[in-house]
Write a protein that binds this ligand. Sequence first.
Ligand code: ZN
Length: 50
Amino acid sequence: MVSCTSCGVTAESPLGWTTDVTERGAQHLCDRCSRDNLRSIEGRLDPAYW
Ligand SMILES: [Zn+2]
């Protein structure tokens, strides 16, 4: 069982999720939040890409 660090949704397996390992431990982002997160990161680099 994993829960999303961002929105708190839970899933039995983190398929398609993003896992970040930080000093505080593993942080999981669900597929949706991963996309939003990726978009905000990519958006800063290349807005035209999205
Ligand atoms: Zn989420």
